[in-house]
Write a protein that binds this ligand. Structure first.
Ligand code: IPD
Ligand code: CA
Length: 292
């Protein structure tokens, strides 16, 4: 397991800044890889929880790439990855990686997929037992990378500036939407792969839809969280997320001034809700109970 030791010190200052730089480089490298090396005839290599929960050869190759680069740079850290990477570290830090988030979009060549890379402290294999300290999400179709480290804001920059950082394209600071009216809110959501879970999620939407401006199903939880951070949707709510879907996006939303919660406490499988401070509670209530 990629469990971290809770009593080891949490990185701060220059160490945290260096981890963020590495995180950005790794997400960008894997993002370029899946975009530039995507085979013309990409097929389904395997399935996981259901027949529609697919894995492509590129999910595996992207995770192998990240795995190798992390071990080269940070041999003492743990790794937890969507395609099975599971390394026990001794440093107290775990890299939580989604090598392609939005795999169904990627399979269909719909340009809304991402690579999500985060470093977390705590037990990354549990629920509510870990916290992200740095995170980066690469959006290869838009050639952008979104990133944050604890206490230093959330930022978007063009992929091309990662190595050279030209003055012509400075990073853009992300800020969540100020919308506080549920009825005026655009709410992103997503669905699991299991039929019975989807049926329940569809039922919940019958009470959500009449109460919000509209919903969006973009197909990548990581990009949904980035949209909350940049204010291009007002909120996001989904059940069934794993640590790799939400680790980087959680931090990016918080560093953009937003709040990320679960049904009762920390976000996770049961429920993840992200929004600005005034909207998060009404949205949480809407997804949890009969009425807001
Ligand atoms: C999925 C996407 C999707 C969300 C699912 C996730 P994957 O991840 O983030 O938007 O609705 O819950 O499992 O399978 O594309 O890595
Ligand atoms: Ca995912």
């Amino acid at each position: 397991m990629g469990a971290a030791t809770p009593d080891l010190p949490v990185p701060t200052g220059d160490e945290l800044a260096a981890l963020e730089v590495l995180c950005i480089e790794l997400a960008t490298t894997a993002g370029r890889f899946i975009r530039d090396e995507r085979p013309d005839r990409l097929g389904v290599a395997d399935t996981k929880s259901t027949d529609t929960d697919v894995v492509t050869v590129m999910d595996r190759r992207s995770e192998e790439l990240l795995h190798r680069l992390i071990l080269e740079a940070r041999p003492d850290d743990g790794i937890l990855g969507e395609e099975g990477a599971d390394v026990t570290g001794s440093s107290g830090l775990t890299w939580v990686i989604d090598p392609i988030d939005g795999t169904v979009n990627y399979l269909y060549d719909i340009p809304a997929y991402a690579v999500s890379v985060a470093v977390v402290v705590g037990d990354a294999s549990g629920e509510g037992t870990w916290t992200p300290v740095v995170g980066a999400i690469s959006d290869p179709s838009l050639r952008l990378v979104h990133h944050a480290r604890r206490g230093a804001g959330a930022w978007t920059r063009p992929e091309a500036t990662i190595e050279s950082a030209p003055e012509s394209a400075p990073p853009r600071r992300l800020t969540v939407s100020q919308e506080d009216r549920l009825g005026r809110s655009l709410v992103a959501t997503g669905f699991g792969y299991a039929a019975e879970v989807r049926a329940r999620q569809a039922e919940i939407l019958t009470r959500v839809l009449p109460q919000v401006r509209d919903i969006r199903r973009i197909g990548s939880a990581a990009l949904d969280l980035v949209r909350v951070a940049e204010g291009s949707v007002d909120a996001y709510a989904e059940s069934g997320l794993n640590a790799w879907d939400l680790a980087a996006g959680w931090l990016i939303v918080e560093e953009a001034g937003g709040v990320v919660v679960g049904r009762e406490d920390a976000p996770g499988k049961d429920l993840t809700v992200a929004a600005g401070p005034a909207l998060v509670e009404p949205v949480r209530r809407l997804f949890v109970s009969e009425a807001p």
